[in-house]
Design a protein around this ligand. Sequence first.
Ligand code: G1P
Length: 293
Amino acid sequence: MKKVKKAIIPAAGLGTRFLPATKAMPKEMLPILDKPTIQYIVEEAIESGIEDIIIVTGKGKRAIEDHFDSAYELEQTLISKEKFDLLKKVQEPSKLVDIHYIRQKEPKGLGHAVWCARNFIGNEPFAVLLGDDIVQAETPCLKQLINEYDRTHSSVIGVKRVPDNETNRYGIIDPIEQQGRSFQVKNFVEKPEIEKAPSNLAIIGRYVFTPDIFMFLDKQEVGAGGEIQLTDSIQNLNKIQRVFAYEFEGNRYDVGEKLGFIETTIEFALKNKDLKENLLKFLKSKIEEHEHF
Ligand code: G1P
């Protein structure tokens, strides 16, 4: 059986939830503390054993390529000023792994973005990681799914429970049978209306696929929101070969919307020994100030 060694990171989205910040800057470059969100995703892929990454970009996404490239002038300046700690931080992203790029020429949806990378993947199993969620877990989230792929030889979709009133923001599964953290699935539904959601188990942007998914992406018609939906092709694939859902372990941070982004920043800052004490003081004073109202 072929091992999962390649990953696609779709990063062509317009980032409308963060406008105007994302007017001239990719949303994937918004930082959590001192690292852009996409670097957390790339690091998770590498820690999960991925050797080749392709990022699907679009207009206005050049900063992502620059971030994972070397920065000669900046590096020389830091060397001449003997700022070696900073130099290490600047060089780190370019040394992580070989990253390839392809452009999605039109914003036709997530399914289409993944399809754009089909020639890079060829006839191999592969992973997809979306940048809207950072997951912190003892075993990296994607690694958990790859382990499940190695066990089942089937495509595996990462899921987590979400509040019942948020099911219309996600792909939702209709589970049939559960074995530990693994589910057999009857249906995968993209953004169902809240009253029609078959469960509250939501697709959280980590996937492992057999290359057969491309048979369906090749001819996938537009679905929810007028876009070519990855979830619809998963639903079709599940009709000819089993696709499992896996409720992964770990904390999931939704950095794709404002409140989640702020919460993640606070949580990561509280885990940073240089920031924790002063941030806690600040937060306590803010709570006291606001409790008066
Ligand atoms: C996409 C997928 C959806 C998934 C979500 C996770 O939606 O289409 O199935 O639940 O990512 O973040 P988007 O958030 O791009 O609208």
